[in-house]
Structure formats: C-alpha cells, structure tokens
Write a new protein. Sequence first.
Length: 235
Amino acid sequence: MRINKFMATCGVASRRKCDELIEKGRVKVNANVCKKLGMQINPEQDLVTVDDRPIRLTNNFVYYMLNKPCNVVTTVSDPNGRPTVMDYMPQGKNRIFPIGRLDYNTSGLLLFTNDGDVAQKLLHPSFEFGKTYVVDIKGNILDAEIKKLQNGVDIGDFVTSPAKVEVLKTTPTTTTLKIVIHEGKNRQVRRMFDAVGHKVQKLQRVAVGKIKLGDLPLGKYRELTKEEIAYIKSS
C-alpha cells in the first residue's frame, strides 16, 4: 500500500496533506525518515509514525459538518493563538481533520472526517462536488459581468472553470448572488468578483455537492446522515 494512502486510511489527513507531512520529514517507517512520496509499505509488518507517534488502521470513521463562523482559521492549530475550527468540534478518541478550508472571514459549511479516502474524493476536482456560496457584493452586477463569471475568469495565476451564477436579490448599493464553483483555490470566490470589478462584502458556503448546510446554527456541528455519507462514497 502506498504510504500516503495508508496514512489517510488511518485518519491522519487527506492524501495530499499526508504527502506534505512526508516532505517535511515528519513521517518515519521502521524508525527511518520516509524520503519517498510513493513508498510502498506493508501495514501488517511496517511501523509508521508521524511526529514519532505510531499510526494504525481504523474502521471507526466519523463524518461531521460545521457551520463555521467568520474570524476562525481552518487549521488544526494556530501558532498565533487565533480561534480554530477545532475549537468547535467534539474532542474524543477519533482524530478528525477539516476537509479543505474556508477563509478566515468566510462562514458556512465545512466538512470533517478521519476517513482519508473520503477526504480525497471530496477534494479532487474529478469528482465534481460543486461548492455553493451565497455572496453579497458591493454595487449592482451587469449581465456581461455575470457572463464572464459563467465562462471562467482570470484571477491572476489561474483561469477558473465555468461557474453557475444566479442573482438572488438587489438593492441600490448591493447584490446578493448564488455561485457554484468546482475548484478550491485560495480566496477564489473573492478573487473572481474582484476580477469583474466587485468587492465581496459577505461570503457563506451553503452546500458541497448535494450536502446542504440547512438551518444548522452558526458555530454548531452535526454528524452527517447515513444518506449523506452514502452519497459521497457512491459519487
């Protein structure tokens, strides 16, 4: 088994994050630092440690969603002492981690698990779990600007894939829209609206694929339903 898949299956993190741990020299196999991302290991014979802590396979997988507040970082810990999403999650024997991230000043749906394969599926663009946001922008948006967002825009180092965009409400000074994207670049939605000349004033993620935030209160979490878990695994 590839070492990153083993680590993900043990609930360490997604495969991509596990590769980062390997690159930083934090992973050892039989007391030797792992220096090869694609290294094959035997889970029944090899001892794998992360930060010198042994990891083992588990079938005790858990899946949560959180309605993340603003001004909270999406990380397991923060060296600057800021609140993290883990402050809002249950503390128990199951070591969970956030799937992807939401920006510091963005609220809404954030998923957590200790199932690395499920995390990999949700993060990989090929599975096309669209991310739905409700966004308040400054000013009134033009049809031509919406068309640019729908066709894909250059946000500096990346041209976005086509997005679904729907105007929900307008006032003389603001517009509220729903936008569905398929990538997860840093500050992507904000950068997309910047590219068409509108500053984002408020941003909330309300769905990942068919999994919806619903009426979950801000700062609260819940377990995913059996139907939601089955939907992710069967996609």
